[in-house]
Design a protein around this ligand. Structure first.
Ligand SMILES: *Cc1c(COP(=O)(O)O)cnc(C)c1O
Length: 312
């Protein structure tokens, strides 16, 4: 039994109406730890466990850290998560519920990650949030499930942070004979490391992250994600924080599911009738989820995003 669940695949009337094409949703938001991350991280933790790991270490205060904490509890393996001081009370509470040891260190993820790496001992496994072939292998199971259904999309929309989800989905498409299906890769302005890399023709490291979609805030995408751009049809789209936030609110009203702005970024393509969807008739959206969002936080961000837009 894997640590992830098989998620529903359904056609959305409201999103199909908004996008003027048939929109299908893969509801990864329903995974127990709140996002698709458990697919890859669950597979990786099981493999590290087989190889003798006695502790899992993570430096993510977001969905990756939550997936590690959940996997550790399920596999009866202790988990240590090192998070920066900026990690929200909500995220800490969720990690605490999973019985992970939480170490708070440093002003940013960089310092927390350095401490986590320095803590690794002989029998520990370090779980990277996106750059590990075991993760991509596990993420690809969402496409195995798609392939077992009768639905074949003519494009897949997903969000890109460090590119682990992108690598997993492409691996899944290819291992199921769907290698011709293009992927639409969505980022928010201020966290668009993949888009910048494509424009530059090589992986680019962003100086700073200035988007509220923190789960997309990898300064640099993994090498494999960039390499795929030469071998698979990938279109890159950048949306505003405002669009991502308003998609979260609309999706909550339409499907009664609260997702993070990182996921709202993808959904905004349907709600905003993005030109990127033109020409496609059946589009699969990966509803990647997000456990740390609250409706209060989303409304607070929306209010300040509206103010900063007015100032432009
Ligand atoms: C991790 C995450 C992403 C980005 O995934 P990457 O593998 O880093 O590209 C997007 N949305 C949510 C909700 C996430 O947790």
């Amino acid at each position: 039994m894997p640590l992830h669940i098989e998620t529903p695949l359904l056609e959305s009337r409201p999103l199909s109406h908004a996008a003027e094409c048939s929109v299908w949703l893969k509801l990864e938001a329903l995974q127990v730890p709140g996002s698709f991350k458990i697919r890859g991280i669950g597979a990786a933790c099981e493999e590290y466990s087989r190889r003798g790991a006695r502790r899992f270490v993570s430096s993510s205060g977001g969905n990756a850290g939550l997936a590690v904490a959940y996997a550790g509890r399920r596999l009866s393996t202790p988990v240590t998560v090192v998070v920066p001081e900026t990690t929200s009370a909500r995220a800490r509470e969720l990690l605490h519920q999973e019985e992970a040891e939480i170490v708070v260190h440093g002003a940013s993820w960089h310092e927390a990650n350095l401490l986590a790496l320095s803590m690794i001992e002989e029998a520990d496994a370090f779980l990277h949030p996106f750059d590990d072939p075991l993760l991509w292998y596990g993420h690809a199971t969402m496409i195995d499930e798609l392939a077992r259904s009768a639905m074949t999309p003519d494009a897949v929309v997903l969000s890109v942070g460090g590119g682990g989800l992108l690598c997993g989905v492409i691996e899944g498409l290819r291992r199921n004979g769907l290698g011709q299906v293009p992927v639409i890769a969505v980022e928010t302005a201020g966290a668009a490391s993949f888009n910048r890399s494509l424009l530059a023709g090589h992986p680019v490291e962003l100086d700073t992250i200035s988007s509220i979609a923190t789960s997309l805030g990898a300064k640099r995408v993994c090498e494999r994600a960039f390499q795929w751009s030469a071998a698979h049809s990938i279109r890159s789209v950048v949306v505003s924080d405002c669009s991502a936030l308003s998609a979260c609110e609309r999706f909550l009203a339409d499907h009664r599911l609260l997702v993070e702005p990182a996921c709202g970024a993808s959904l905004s393509l349907a709600y905003d009738e993005s030109a990127a969807l033109a020409g496609f008739s059946r589009v699969l959206f990966i509803v990647c989820g997000g456990a740390t969002a609250t409706i209060d936080q989303i409304r607070e961000w929306s209010a300040s995003a509206a103010i900063s837009q007015e100032a432009l």
